[in-house]
Ligand binder design. Structure first.
Ligand code: UT7
Length: 333
C-alpha cells in the first residue's frame, strides 16, 4: 500500500518583530488583554521593501527541500495554500514555481484559510497515492499584516494575525508510516463570520474599479470573534475524534497534537479535553500569532527541529477557520 510521507520541513518568518506594546501605540489595546485572551506575545510583519509571499515561501521551501535530501529540480508538483496571494491573480503557486526555477511543473493554489495547509496536504496525498507525482512541495503561508485595520476599530483582528510561511516535501512510502488519513469539512453558511470581502467580483462596476472606490472597509479583515471561537472549539474536537476513529485509535495514541495556532485558549481547551500533557501539544502562537495557512507547517518545522517528530510517533494535525472550514490529518512519522 502506497502512502505519502513528509520527508522535509522548512519555514520562514519575516525579521520584523511586532510586540503587543507596539500595537498598543497604534490602538486602544494592551499587553495584558492580548496575552489573556489569545496567548500572543509578539508576531512578525513582513517588509514590503524586501519580501513578497512568493519569496518568503521560496525560503521555506528551500529549507524543506534541503532537509529532505532532495534537490529543487526533483520537485514535480506544487500545492500552495494561502488566502493572501501576492496578486489577485495568478495565484501564488506559479510565483513560487518561478522563484524556484521550476518552470513547467504544475502549481495549484488552495484558498481554505486556516484549514488551507491540511486541505493542501490532503490534495497532495491523493496525487502521491495515485502515483501521479513523486515529490510534491506543499506550502502554507500568508502576509496578513497589510490587510489588518491597525486602529482601535480593527483591534479584535489586528492583535491576532501575523505573517509567515511553512513548507513540506511529500514523497511516496510503502513502509508502515506516512499520512494515515485526512478529513476535510466546510460550512459556507458562516462565510461572512470571518472574511475579507474585496476585491470581490460580484460588485457594481464602480465598486470594483480602484479609482472609484468610496468605501474601502471591504478590504479589511472582518471577524465575529465570539461566533468563530464557539464553532472552533466544537469542530476542532469533532474532527480530531473523527481522525482517531478512522484509524481505530484513541486520544491516548496521540504523541503530538499540532493544532492550527488560532488562539492559545483554543489549544488549551483541546489539550484539556483530550487529557494531553503539555509536551504532547505544540504551540508557538506566543511568538508568531495566527499565520492562517502558515501556522501548521511553521509549527511542524519547529517541532521537527526540536526533535519532536521521531519515527513511529503519531502526529495529529487539526485546523478550523474562515469558510467555515475545518480539517484534520493523522500521520505516523
Ligand atoms: O484562525 C481563524 C479562526 N479564528 C479564531 O479562531 C479566533 C476566534 N476568536 C477569538 O480568538 C476571540 O474571540 C478574540 C481573541 C478575537 C476575542 O476574544 P474574546 O474573549 O472573544 O473577546 P470579545 O470579542 O468578547 O471582547 C471582549 C471585550 C470587548 O469589550 P466590551 O464590549 O466587553 O467592553 C471588546 O471590545 O474586549 C474588547 N476588545 C479588546 N480590548 C483590548 C476586543 N479586542 C480588544 C483588544 N484589546 N485587542
Amino acid at each position: 500500500m502506497v502512502r505519502s510521507k513528509i520527508v522535509g520541513l522548512g519555514h520562514h518568518v519575516p525579521e520584523r518583530v511586532v510586540t503587543n506594546d507596539d500595537l498598543s501605540k497604534l490602538m486602544d489595546t494592551n499587553n495584558q488583554w492580548i496575552i489573556e485572551r489569545t496567548g500572543i506575545q509578539e508576531r512578525r510583519f513582513f517588509d514590503p521593501e524586501k519580501d513578497t509571499l512568493a519569496n518568503m515561501a521560496a525560503k521555506a521551501s528551500r529549507m524543506a527541500i534541503e532537509r529532505s535530501g532532495l534537490e529543487t529540480k526533483d520537485i514535480d508538483f506544487i500545492v500552495f495554500a494561502t488566502i493572501t496571494p501576492d496578486y489577485f491573480f495568478p495565484g501564488s503557486g506559479v510565483l513560487l514555481q518561478r522563484e524556484l526555477g521550476l518552470e513547467g511543473i504544475g502549481a495549484l493554489d488552495i484558498r481554505n484559510a486556516c484549514s488551507g495547509f491540511i486541505y493542501a496536504l490532503s490534495v497532495a496525498d491523493q496525487f502521491i497515492k495515485t502515483g501521479m507525482y513523486k515529490n510534491i512541495l506543499v506550502i502554507g503561508g500568508e502576509i496578513q499584516s497589510t490587510a489588518l485595520d491597525l486602529t482601535t476599530r480593527g483591534r479584535n483582528t489586528a492583535v491576532i494575525f501575523g505573517d509567515g510561511c511553512g513548507a513540506a516535501v511529500l514523497q511516496p512510502t510503502e513502509e508502515d508510516n506516512g499520512v494515515l488519513s485526512t478529513h476535510l469539512h466546510a460550512d459556507g453558511r458562516y462565510a461572512e463570520e470571518l472574511y475579507v470581502k474585496d476585491p470581490g467580483s460580484s460588485r457594481p462596476h464602480a465598486e470594483r474599479q480602484a479609482d472609484q472606490i468610496l468605501d474601502t472597509s471591504g478590504y479589511k479583515v472582518h471577524m465575529n470573534g465570539n461566533v468563530v471561537f464557539k464553532h472552533a472549539v466544537v469542530n476542532f474536537s469533532a474532527v480530531i475524534q473523527e481522525a482517531l476513529e478512522a484509524n481505530q485509535m484513541t486520544k491516548e495514541d496521540i504523541d503530538l497534537l499540532v493544532p492550527h495556532q488560532a488562539n492559545l485558549r483554543i489549544s488549551k481547551y483541546l489539550q484539556e479535553k483530550l487529557g494531553l500533557p503539555d509536551e504532547k501539544v505544540f504551540n508557538n502562537i506566543m511568538r508568531f500569532g495566527n499565520t492562517t495557512a502558515g501556522s501548521i507547517p511553521i509549527a511542524l518545522s519547529e517541532a521537527w527541529a526540536e526533535g519532536k517528530l521521531q519515527p513511529g510517533k503519531i502526529i495529529c494535525l487539526a485546523a478550523f477557520g474562515s469558510g467555515f472550514t475545518w480539517a484534520s490529518a493523522l500521520i505516523k512519522w
